[in-house]
Design a binder for this molecule. Structure first.
Ligand code: SF4
Length: 408
């Protein structure tokens, strides 16, 4: 039910009406909007004033749904494939660029859908050419995503939630708690925007789902997005080039395994025993390390993919030789790989980077157990590259602006 406020000035009343009609049309029936489009005189009044952020992203529709939409518009079904091609390999940034489509269809698409509706509120480029985008979504939420270049690899790191509810004590993303899950379209928009930062002769080679949020807590929206990345009429990436990280939600790990895709699984362990892990990753209290490892073992058994264990090295806290030995015992009989991540300094967090000799000793001990180990290179060291850091900085700036605003 909509109510029209009595006291609105005339100009605002007209705007309010447009918003009401648009909201109704978008929420209740996009088909209605398409019909309005055909009524040219009415559509010219309405469509010129539509707030594009309220329209759905076109890639929220699955390929099958896009075919169906074309049929509903009386269009040949091959148009759906042409549209997909423009969204994914051709990297169109607006519907007007889709010149393989008739002008009328481009107008209809622009009146019905959006392509890249988020606002880029920050774009940082590091000396090593790592690029980080901070996107503002329609509700003001901020999400981060990163493009990393290394030799012939072009890897992106994307977010799945606004904030995070897992509360890992060393993570900037978790500091502000969980705000909400990202939609499939919001997840995909990060990919499309980062892909469009590459020159025409370069392609994305790898995707890591390790940005803000716990990906498996938003599996419902993540899986359709990953489907589009692996589909031939999407980005055509092999599932083995996609890594999904998790703090370790056992049932969700098994659900991911059952999808039949060979995604890489990265389990964020961060400690080799329960008490320390619960201090660093509070959600561990209700799960326990054994349950996480058993689910990871099941993942390997079902998919055949070796599981990676992520381990943030916090100077003096979890990087001691005894921790390395405990971790070695845990993993020596498993087909596993350890990624050591030296802590990225975040000034709001009371953790020190590990020393190089300490890290070297940690590696040597793990290797003595026969556990393969890699120390992750730090990318984008001169920008706010730690996950959630840029968003947090922006939120703090907004807070300062609000606090400094006019006083009553
Ligand atoms: S490390 Fe990952 S799971 Fe933990 S709080 Fe940060 S974003 Fe969430």
């Amino acid at each position: 039910m909509f109510f029209l406020p009595a006291a609105l000035p005339k100009s605002l009343t007209a705007k309010y009406l447009v918003i009401l009609v648009t909201t109704f049309a978008v929420q209740e029936s996009h088909a209605l909007l398409a019909r309005l489009f055909r009524l040219k005189s009415l559509s010219s009044l309405l469509l010129s004033q539509i707030d594009c952020a309220m329209l759905p992203r076109i890639y929220e529709k699955s390929p099958a749904e896009l075919v169906q939409w074309c049929q509903e518009q009386g269009l040949p079904t091959y148009r759906a494939g042409q549209i997909q091609q423009q969204i994914f390999p051709n990297r169109a940034t607006q519907f007007g660029e889709m010149t393989n489509l008739p002008a009328k269809l481009r107008e209809l698409l622009a009146a019905t859908f959006t392509l890249l509706p988020s606002e880029v509120v920050a774009h940082q480029i590091a000396k090593d050419r790592t690029e980080k985008l901070l996107l503002q979504l329609h509700d003001g939420s901020l999400v981060e995503c990163v493009l990393m270049r290394e030799d012939d690899r072009r890897t992106i790191c994307i977010s799945t939630q606004v904030g995070c509810g897992m509360g890992c004590v060393f993570c900037a993303s978790g500091l502000l708690g969980l705000k909400r899950n990202l939609t499939t379209g919001e997840i995909l928009e990060q990919v499309l925007r980062l892909d469009r930062l590459l020159p025409a002769d370069e392609k994305l080679t790898n995707v890591v789902v390790m940005g803000m949020g716990e990906p498996l807590a938003n599996l419902k929206n993540l899986l359709p997005a990953l489907d589009r990345l692996t589909a031939d009429d999407g980005l055509g990436l092999g599932a083995r080039r996609i890594t999904v990280s998790t703090v370790g939600l056992p049932e969700k790990i098994r659900e991911l395994a059952q999808t039949g895709h060979q995604f890489n699984l990265a389990v964020s362990l961060h400690a080799p025993e329960a008490e320390l892990r619960t201090k660093l990753v509070p959600v561990n209290k209700n799960i326990g390390i054994e349950a996480v490892l058993e689910a990871a073992d099941d993942y390997f058994a079902i998919t055949g993919r070796r599981v990676s264990y992520e381990y943030v090295l916090l100077g003096g806290i979890n990087d001691l030789p005894e921790h390395a030995r405990q971790l070695g015992h845990l993993l020596k009989s498993r087909i596993a790989h350890v990624n050591l991540i030296p802590m990225n300094g975040v000034k709001e967090l009371p953790f020190a980077e590990p020393s190089a000799p300490q890290t070297g000793e940690f590696v040597a001990i793990l290797e003595s157990f026969g556990v393969p180990v890699t120390v992750r290179k730090r990318k984008g060291a001169d920008i706010d590259a730690a996950c959630g850091q840029l968003r947090m900085k922006r939120e703090q700036q907004n807070l300062v602006v609000l606090k400094a605003g006019p006083q009553p």
